[in-house]
Ligand binder design. Structure first.
Ligand code: ZN
Ligand code: ZN
Length: 154
């Protein structure tokens, strides 16, 4: 485990943050909700413990969504330019999910060093291919990092 500090921020520069060390897990989410909230084909979401996430400039705004089970999820974004920075959720409130594209160097999160899980493949756009041998889920996965990955697909 490295204790390296990585920096990131929003498009306009008001929001700056630091994360320390490696993410606990990296979710590549192809769900329709992530496609909508990012405006893209899928979301790449490394998760750090909140103690390893520090806002160094600006104030994040949060939009709270409550799902059909009554659980909250706070989407965090820059109030000036609207860039998604990530989210926290009731299911695991000590974790901070970060939208990886906001890191100054998103390539520090990569499948050679980190535990990648590709979820909600049932709603993926058919041109998004997952590398062979990766942990693929048709739907959601438990947030428990110690869960074993599903059978590897070749
Ligand atoms: Zn901004
Ligand atoms: Zn999603």
């Amino acid at each position: 485990m490295s204790n390296k500090i990585h920096q990131g921020g929003c498009v306009c520069g008001d929001i700056r943050y630091e994360v320390t060390g490696d993410p606990d897990i990296v979710i590549v989410c192809h769900c329709e909700w992530c496609q909508r909230r990012t405006g893209s084909a899928f979301a790449m979401i490394p998760k750090w413990e909140q103690t390893n996430f520090k806002l160094t400039s600006g104030t994040l705004k949060a939009y709270r969504e409550v799902n059909e089970f009554g659980r909250w999820l706070d989407l965090k974004f820059c109030p000036r330019c609207g860039t998604n920075i990530g989210f926290t959720q009731e299911r695991r409130p000590t974790a901070q999910a970060v939208d990886a594209g906001t890191l100054d160097d998103p390539s520090i999160v990569n499948r050679h060093n980190h535990d990648f899980r590709y979820i909600f493949m049932r709603s993926h756009q058919d041109w998004t291919a997952v590398p062979k041998g990766e942990a693929i889920y048709d739907g959601p996965m438990s947030d428990n990092v110690s869960d074993p990955p599903p059978a590897r697909q070749e």
